[in-house]
Design a protein around this ligand. Structure first.
Ligand SMILES: [Fe+2]
Length: 189
């Protein structure tokens, strides 16, 4: 686990000109495997069959732009290509689209395990801190359901579901935030 944290921290220097494309590849320690990403409840707002897309932005959509990126890895430190990653979140006002697919979409990790999602920073709704829902599944592997959180979010402390292990590394770009998080999921072996 420490290997992931180190890799993420090294890419999170605010104001650096490091682009997310150049984010370092996490490395395992000599003896320890990656810890599988903590699972969390899906909550009541998951909708199956989301569209395949890497951007959830739509014309006129309110909210601060967020680029969420990182890798999908197996516990043995191997990247997982072709992993299904399904994101869903509320809008800037804290409202989910439970009729259509606004701010819902899935994609598949690249050959090096990388994923990249363009979206907005989700709003707040009563009882929860700021979060993004996700399902991650290696090809033929089990589904990991979890949520991602923002650092320095005041509402984190009062949220009973919040887990600090699921905080993204977030840095500011010129006109958007960049979140970095590496998922570790069981493969099909
Ligand atoms: Fe939620």
């Amino acid at each position: 686990m420490s290997g992931i944290a180190v890799a993420q921290d090294s890419d999170a220097t605010p104001g650096s000109d490091t682009t997310p494309v150049l984010a370092p590849t996490p490395e395992c320690g000599d003896t320890e495997d990656f810890e599988v990403t903590q699972a969390q409840t899906a909550g009541p707002f998951f909708t199956p069959d989301s569209p395949e897309r890497t951007s959830l932005l739509e014309d006129g959509m309110p909210g601060a732009e967020l680029l969420l990126t990182g890798y999908v890895y197996a516990p043995n430190c191997e990247p997982i290509p072709g992993a299904l990653i399904d994101f869903w979140q509320c809008d800037d006002a804290g409202v989910y689209d439970n009729v259509g697919y606004t701010l819902r979409g899935h994609q598949f990790s690249a050959d090096d395990g990388r994923y990249e999602l363009t979206t907005i920073v989700p709003g707040l709704y009563p009882g929860r801190t700021r979060h993004i829902h996700v399902n991650v599944q290696a090809p033929n592997g089990p589904i990991l359901t979890s949520q991602l959180y923002f650092p320095d979010e005041p509402a984190n402390a009062a949220d009973g579901i919040f887990d600090e292990r699921l905080i993204m590394d977030v840095s500011e770009d010129d006109d958007r935030q960049i979140g970095f998080f590496t998922f570790v999921v069981e493969g099909n072996s």
